[in-house]
Design a protein around this ligand. Structure first.
Ligand SMILES: [Zn+2]
Length: 381
């Protein structure tokens, strides 16, 4: 691994750091990193790694760029909306540093492909936003003995660590043995996220990757950094490896990848359509268009969301007041309940059914699906 004169000039601020130097920069150039997710965390990670001179960056994502991504996913621009995120990412990375080899994997990482995707890379960085993928990435990295540079964000708070049992630290399962019940932890799409937060957490992840590449400093192995943007405070937890961990413990029971959707209690998409407690936005439109059907539609979002986007004529009964005010509803009436994407209204409908309401159904996809499939004049947020 040699550096040419252009590279020596490009990386001069690294080369004059004694901790990096020519030897360290060559290690950075020799390193390969697989970035799972090309969103909020993936953006700063990939941009800084490319700028720093990482030789090969693999990019895994199946999604296309949406307007709602641009508030934080700085890899992508306004002109990229509708394009695959991996392609947009490759263009941005190449624009920053043409020396960086970018391998795009325009696919959803799964138990079937994860080991093959990860195997060729030195370091894996987790930039995903859902639990099944997080456990999948963890288990695949433990099985392949690859450091897993972890970060996650929600609203104003984030956390980061490096999971590497082969380097003496714990894995994600040692920290979180069980996934939260489905619907209990809202996603950023449901709960929101401050746009700059993934920038801060992603930069911590990128820093750890560069330290692993050059083998300098004290890594986050065995430590969890917690960040609160509202308080502007960092704190730290010591993490210990759990000897009983099912994947990295003394007697592992997970020796190959499992079904992570099932592990996290998420129904596979084919069964979702058969859920008798759910209706589609098309069925909701029929209910609104034809009062003779006798179905009432209720919006369970909060007033500030109603301010942003609403479906005319649909009353609001916010989730935050639901326990107090559900008695205003008639247990013999048919109800369709919707929220932003369907998670809170699913809970609200279940809440009513538990209290004897016979016909409380959740509108799958919420007002977001309504805007996408029924009425595009309703803003998506
Ligand atoms: Zn473990």
């Amino acid at each position: 691994m040699e550096l040419n004169n252009d590279e020596i000039r490009r990386y001069s601020r690294h080369l004059i750091l004694p901790e990096v130097g020519l030897a360290g920069q060559k290690k950075i150039k020799a390193a390969s990193v697989l970035c799972i997710g090309t969103g909020g965390l993936g953006s700063p990670i990939q941009m800084y790694l490319a700028a720093a001179g990482i030789g090969k960056i693999g990019v895994v994502d199946f999604d296309v760029v949406d307007y709602s991504n641009l508030q934080r996913q700085i890899l992508h621009t306004d002109a990229d909306v509708g394009r695959p995120k991996t392609e947009s990412a490759r263009e941005t990375i190449k624009g920053i540093n043409p020396n960086c080899e970018v391998v795009i994997h325009n696919t959803r990482i799964s138990s079937e492909n994860a080991l093959d995707l990860i195997r060729p890379y030195d370091i894996v960085v987790d930039g995903t936003d859902n639990f099944p993928t997080r456990y999948l990435t963890n288990d695949a990295c433990v099985l392949l003995k690859k450091p897993n540079v972890y970060g996650s964000i929600f609203r104003f708070e984030g956390q980061a660590s490096v999971f590497a049992p082969h380097l003496g630290g714990p894995c994600y399962r040692c920290l979180y043995p069980e996934p939260p019940p489905p619907g209990m932890v809202p996603s950023c799409a449901e709960g929101g996220v401050l746009g700059v937060l993934p920038g801060i957490i992603g930069c911590i992840q990128a820093t750890e990757i560069l330290k692993l590449a050059i083998g300098k400093g004290t890594s986050l192995v065995g430590r969890l950094v917690l960040f609160d943007a509202l308080k502007m405070k960092f704190s730290e937890l010591k993490l210990r490896r759990d000897p009983a961990c099912p994947v990295c413990g003394e007697h592992p029971t997970i020796k190959e990848l499992i079904d992570y959707e099932q592990f996290c209690g998420i129904e596979p998409p084919s069964k979702e359509n058969e859920n008798p407690d759910e209706v589609t936005v098309q069925e909701m439109k029929r209910a609104l268009d034809d009062p003779k059907l006798g179905i009432k539609v209720i919006d369970v979002r909060e007033p500030f969301e109603y301010e942003i986007a609403r479906i005319e004529g649909v009353p609001l009964l916010p989730m935050s007041q639901f326990e107090k005010r559900f008695t205003e509803l008639d247990p013999n009436q048919q109800y369709y309940l919707f929220c932003k994407v369907g998670a809170r209204s699913d809970q609200a409908a279940a809440f009513l059914r538990e209290r004897g309401f016979k016909y409380a159904k959740n509108v799958k996809g919420g007002i977001d699906a309504w805007s996408e499939e029924i009425d595009r004049s309703v803003p998506r947020y």
